[in-house]
Structures are given as structure tokens and as C-alpha cells.
Write a protein that binds this ligand. Structure first.
Ligand SMILES: [Mn+2]
Length: 356
């Protein structure tokens, strides 16, 4: 079953709408398999159309087989004509992605009842959360690039290098080694800056006795990877080593629990309990993990407030951390594919403390 057929199946058994109007770049790519910066996908219970402009039409006709491809002329007239021929009375939009301006304009121009109740976005997010084997193999490829980058950067990090130099070297390496893009702005932090979970690399130079925290990923054919490692340069304090070991045990505890049927809350708790037992509960102020796929952050969520239950085929990060303001921080992040009886860890890089 292709992704459009999966959505159609959901539309047939629930009350999403007669038609799903998909305009976001990511979701359009998910359903058609083709990257573009414009285009409108209409999915009905038993039919689907991609209306796309001249810039993309040749490639769309050659590659998109899951729906009928139509050259865009007068978009709204074309949509309305399809609505009449397919007997569409209600049309759902992606409430997660569409702007109020776009919604207002569609409401004026389309001859049907527009729905922005969140049901369509919820359905799409739940489909995207469970990866196919093809998607997993792209994610694995993205992770391979990131791990080659990690190996490379370990030889580059030394006393005197700035955070920015480390960031740029890692980015350049991944892009040169077939990353389509970076998963996000690479985080490369040193010394006391590592206490800021999403700090921005600056001019600080590596000093002996520092932790260096690297959070980064590569994109391959649309799919992202995400990993974090904290490494030491020179002699570290006992406290740094202790904290590193606590984060590592917390991460391992969560990895042991990761399997289909466990909730996002339980997965988070497995790591959070270890950190709390060691007296650092106030120093782990973010959630344990998130889904990864066509976007760097997508469903499901593993956090204290998560409503998600993990399913086979979901890809989720496991990234506990301890951050002591003014001193240092440690985060260790792997990401895994959830299976029925456990998980397949996609991150192969070593996790025992590396001292450079
Ligand atoms: Mn992450």
C-alpha cells in the first residue's frame, strides 16, 4: 500500500472529510515521493490528484505514480471542478501547517465546507510516525553520514579550536559526504557552555579539562538523523565523570524499555528515574525524545506529558541529559526503531566516555 492509499483507508473508516487538501511541502513529498516547493494534492476516498505548476510538471509526470498528475492553470477553478465531479462536500486542510491567511483565501474560493479541526493533521502525523523499511533505510543512510562526521571531528577537536570551527568542520564533512542538508544547525559547545542544551556555537576555544558536546545530524533523500555525543578533552573532574556515567545509565535504562506498547511517558520515566535517584532531577529539564523522519521533530514524543503509545516501526530519539549552569552539561543521544520486543538502535557510535 502506498502512502496515499494508507490515508484513503483512514478516510474510509473515519469522518475526516470527503477530501484532504495537502499543501505543505513535507506532506506533499511524503505522499507523492517528489520534492517540490509548490503543488496541491487532493486525496479523496477513492481518487487522488496532484495539481502542480509548469516548473515541476515534467518530473511529476515521470515519477509520481500514486495519483493523477494535472498541470496547474487556474488552481481554484480546477479544484472546484474536481470537487463537483467527485461529489466533494467537505474538505479538510492541514491545520498544523496552513496559515490563517491561506485558510481565509481557500474559504473564499472553494465551493465546499472547509474543515480545520485537526483530524487530518492527526491522521497524517500518525501515518508518518510509523516508518516503512524504505524509510528506515534512508534514515540509516543519514545516520551513516553523521557517524562518519563524528569520527572525523574527533580527530579535529583539540585545545584551541573554537566551537564555530568545530561546527563548520563537521558540517562541511557531512555535506561533502553526500548529506543533502544538515538536520538542523549543528550544536558544538565547549566547557561551561555545554550546560545550555541548545546553546549556539561561538568563539569559545577548547581548553584542557572541557567537555565538548556535539548534537548534529544529516539529511539523506529527505530523511533526517540525530545524534548527540559528549566527549572530554584532557583531564576531567570526578564530578564530570560521575555525571557522565549517570546520563549513560539513564540512557541505557530507557533503551532497555523501548518497545511497542510502551507509552512515551514510560520511556521518558525510565531515564528520568535514574537521573532523579542520583539527585539530579532538577538538571534534566527537557523531554527524553522525539520522532525523526522527513522532519527532525515529529511524532511520537517521549516526555512527561506525551500522549503517545509507541508502535513498531516508529523512530524515536533517546536523549537524556544533565545540565549544571555555569559548570558543564552532558547529553547522550541515540535514536532507535521500535520493534515488538525491543528496539533496533540506529546509532552505532561508542558511548563510553571518549577522552581526547
Ligand atoms: Mn534530538
Amino acid at each position: 500500500m502506498n502512502n496515499i492509499e494508507k490515508l484513503q483507508k483512514l478516510m474510509q473508516k473515519s469522518d475526516i472529510a470527503d477530501c484532504a487538501l495537502i499543501t505543505s511541502d513535507i506532506n506533499r513529498r511524503y505522499f507523492t515521493g517528489m520534492k517540490s516547493s509548490a503543488g496541491t494534492l487532493l486525496v479523496m476516498k477513492n481518487a487522488a490528484y496532484l495539481i502542480i505548476d509548469f516548473r515541476y510538471i515534467e518530473r511529476a509526470r515521470a515519477t509520481v505514480k500514486s495519483c493523477e498528475v494535472i498541470l496547474q492553470k487556474e488552481l481554484h477553478e480546477q479544484i472546484n471542478a474536481i470537487f463537483i465531479s467527485e461529489n466533494v462536500r467537505t474538505c479538510a486542510v492541514e491545520s498544523d501547517c496552513i496559515t490563517l491567511g491561506q485558510f481565509g483565501s481557500l474559504k473564499n474560493k472553494l465551493g465546499c465546507t472547509l474543515l480545520a479541526d485537526g483530524k487530518l493533521s492527526k491522521a497524517i502525523n500518525s501515518l508518518r510516525a510509523v516508518k516503512t523499511p524504505e524509510e528506515i533505510s534512508k534514515i540509516k543512510q543519514a545516520q551513516k553520514i553523521a557517524e562518519a562526521g563524528f569520527e572525523h571531528i574527533l580527530n579535529f577537536i583539540k585545545v584551541g579550536r573554537t566551537e564555530k570551527e568545530i561546527q563548520l568542520e563537521l558540517d562541511y564533512f557531512m555535506l561533502k559526504n553526500s548529506a543533502e542538508a544538515l538536520s538542523f544547525d549543528t550544536i558544538a559547545l565547549t566547557g561551561s557552555s555545554t550546560s545550555m542544551p541548545h546553546g549556539v556555537p561561538g568563539e569559545r576555544r577548547v581548553q584542557s579539562g572541557d567537555f565538548v558536546l556535539l548534537d548534529f545530524g544529516a539529511v539523506y533523500d529527505g530523511y533526517h538523523s540525530d545524534m548527540t555525543r559528549t566527549v572530554a578533552v584532557g583531564q576531567t573532574s570526578d564530578k564530570m565523570k560521575d555525571v557522565y556515567d549517570i546520563v549513560l545509565s539513564a540512557q541505557k535504562a530507557a533503551l532497555k524499555e523501548a518497545r511497542a506498547g510502551i507509552s512515551g511517558v514510560q520511556l521518558d520515566k525510565a531515564a528520568r528515574d535514574v537521573i532523579a535517584q542520583n539527585g539530579y532531577s532538577d538538571y534534566f529539564g527537557h523531554s527524553l525524545g522525539h520522532g525523526v523522519g522527513l522532519e527532525i521533530h515529529e511524532a511520537p514524543t517521549a516526555s512527561q506529558r506525551s500522549k503517545d503509545i509507541l508502535e513498531s516501526g516508529m523512530v524515536v530519539t533517546v536523549e537524556p541529559g544533565i545540565y549544571i549552569a555555569g559548570e558543564f552539561g552532558v547529553r547522550i543521544e541515540d535514536f532507535v526503531v521500535i520493534g515488538e520486543n525491543g528496539c533496533d538502535n540506529l546509532t552505532k557510535a561508542p558511548k563510553e566516555l571518549i577522552v581526547l
